[in-house]
Design a protein around this ligand. Structure first.
Ligand SMILES: [Ca+2]
Length: 214
C-alpha cells in the first residue's frame, strides 16, 4: 500500500511540474491600446494603432503602398518591460492565389538594439488561415517591430488586429539577462521546471530503491 502511495506521489509531482509551463503559456494580450508607429499608413483611418484597438474586424493598419518596394514595418512601444511568449495576427487579406506574405518580428529593450524573435522571411506566413498564432519567447522587451520583407505587388501589408502575449518582467535581475538571453528559444524560462521535474524523478528513484531493500 505504501509503495503504491509513493509511486502515486512521485508521478503526481512529475506531472504537476510538467503541467506548470503549459498553464503559464496562456499569457494575456499586452499590446492593446499601446503606442504604435509604422513606416507609413494607407490613410487617416488605416493608422498603426487601429491594428491594436481591440476591434478585430472593423479597423486595421495598412501600409500606404502595395508590395514591399519601400521598407515596410509596424512597431509598438509597450511602455515598460515585458517577457513575451508570442502573438496572434488577424490579417486583412489572405484570399486569392499567390499570396505570399513574409516578415520577421524584432524585439528591443531600448529601441536601438534589435533581436529577431521570429523569422518568417523564408516561408509564406499566411498559410491557410486568416488568423495566425505564433509562439516565440523574448524577455525584457519594451519595443516590438514587424518588418514586412515580401508582400505581393497587388497586396498591402495590412492586418486587422494584432495581439502580443506576455507578462511584465518580474525583476531587475531578469532585466540584466537581456543581452545574453536567446529570444528565439526562451530556454531559460523552462529551466526551473526541468529542475523541478528532475528533483521529482530523483526522489521517486530513491524512495523506490529504499522500498526494494525492505
Ligand atoms: Ca483593429
Amino acid at each position: 500500500m505504501r509503495k503504491k502511495l509513493i509511486s502515486v506521489f512521485c508521478f503526481t509531482m512529475l506531472f504537476a511540474s510538467l503541467l506548470v509551463p503549459i498553464v503559464q503559456a496562456a499569457d494575456p494580450d499586452v499590446v492593446k491600446g499601446k503606442t504604435a508607429t509604422a513606416s507609413d499608413q494607407y490613410d487617416a483611418v488605416w493608422g498603426p494603432e487601429a491594428g491594436i484597438d481591440g476591434d478585430n474586424v472593423g479597423t486595421g493598419w495598412s501600409a500606404l503602398n502595395p508590395g514591399t518596394k519601400d521598407p515596410t514595418w509596424w512597431a509598438v512601444d509597450l511602455g515598460e518591460s515585458y517577457d513575451l511568449s508570442g502573438h496572434e495576427i488577424n490579417w486583412y487579406d489572405t484570399k486569392g492565389a499567390g499570396n505570399d506574405f513574409r516578415y520577421n518580428v524584432e524585439v528591443s529593450a531600448d529601441n536601438k538594439n534589435w533581436t529577431v524573435a521570429l523569422d518568417r522571411t523564408t516561408e509564406n506566413s499566411l498559410k491557410a488561415d486568416q488568423i495566425q498564432n505564433e509562439t516565440w519567447k523574448a524577455n525584457n522587451v519594451r519595443y516590438v517591430r514587424f518588418n514586412f520583407t515580401s508582400v505581393p505587388d497587388t497586396k498591402w501589408a495590412s492586418f486587422l488586429e494584432l495581439k502580443i502575449f506576455g507578462q511584465k518582467t518580474a525583476s531587475a535581475a531578469a532585466t540584466s539577462d537581456s543581452a545574453t538571453s536567446n529570444p528565439k528559444t526562451g530556454d531559460a524560462g523552462i529551466i526551473p521546471y526541468l529542475i523541478l521535474a528532475g528533483v521529482a524523478a530523483f526522489v521517486g528513484t530513491i524512495m523506490m530503491r529504499k522500498k526494494k531493500r525492505i
